[in-house]
Design a binder for this molecule. Structure first.
Ligand SMILES: [Zn+2]
Length: 243
């Protein structure tokens, strides 16, 4: 099991860690990490590990292992392999991760202004998409963009809190995803809350987010596509809408 430091502090970009496992495919397992592993529509981190002699191990991708509690760092081809017990200094590609944090937060904001069940989502550095179970074509790009930007500029705080499985069962309305259920059996579930007491939005999520909505910056709905009879795909892009 890897201690997932990004869960309590998404802004931690570097830390010292110890190698606890090496997989046949070259994957490196550590006692703790700041590298987010691909999950919930958010891609895993890239970056590098620094060894005691100053040489670097470039990391191409981060994924979960046999269970969600295991995090595996996949090096680029041709990188030196560390030894079990070796101490490394971890550095994520912060510029990329910060964009993903802003984009991921933007997806939550879109789910506030479009309160329909979510059927899929993918967070990207330049563009994200969220699919909704939504049959009528009433959504307007400009109106949605304005509503999202009103939440961004209001600068609501974003924080996490943990609840028990039983508390989630008592509040089924917290789950916005139509086909991805929050992980059960760990005894607790992490909620991501926007606004004082989570008044703007509260939903289970294991990803990384910015700490106040203003950090998302300028975003707009770039495109709305029809995906099947009852699905609409919304693409969020950075920047002000094109004139
Ligand atoms: Zn999230």
């Amino acid at each position: 099991m890897t201690e997932a430091l990004f869960r309590d502090d998404a802004y931690l970009s570097t830390v010292e860690a110890t190698v606890t496992g090496l997989r046949d495919d070259g994957g490196i397992v550590l006692d703790r990490t700041v590298f987010y592993a691909t999950s919930g529509g958010q891609p895993g981190d890239t970056g590098h590990f620094e060894r005691a002699d100053g040489t670097l191990i470039k990391i191409d991708a981060t994924i979960t292992g046999e269970t969600k509690a295991d995090i595996v760092h996949l090096p680029e081809a041709g990188q030196p392999a560390p030894a079990i017990g070796e101490t490394l200094v971890l550095h994520i590609d912060w510029k990329r991760r910060y964009k993903l944090m802003r984009m991921h937060t933007a997806c939550h904001i879109l789910s506030v202004v479009l309160p329909y069940p979510i059927t899929g989502a993918a967070v990207g550095e330049d563009e994200s998409r969220v699919d909704f179970d939504l049959s009528e074509a009433s959504a307007d790009k400009t109106e949605l963009t304005d509503k999202m930007m009103a939440i961004v500029t209001a600068n609501h705080p974003i924080f996490t809190r943990w609840i028990t499985d039983a508390e989630l069962d008592a509040n089924p309305g917290l789950v916005k995803s139509a086909n991805v259920k929050p992980p059960r059996g760990l005894g607790r579930i992490r909620l991501v809350c926007i606004g004082e007491d989570g008044a703007v939005d509260t939903q289970p999520c294991g990803g990384t987010h910015v700490s106040e909505t203003q950090e998302v910056g300028d975003i707009h709905i770039g495109k709305i596509e029809k995906k099947g009879k009852e699905n609409r795909r919304f693409r969020i892009r950075f920047g002000a809408p094109p004139a």
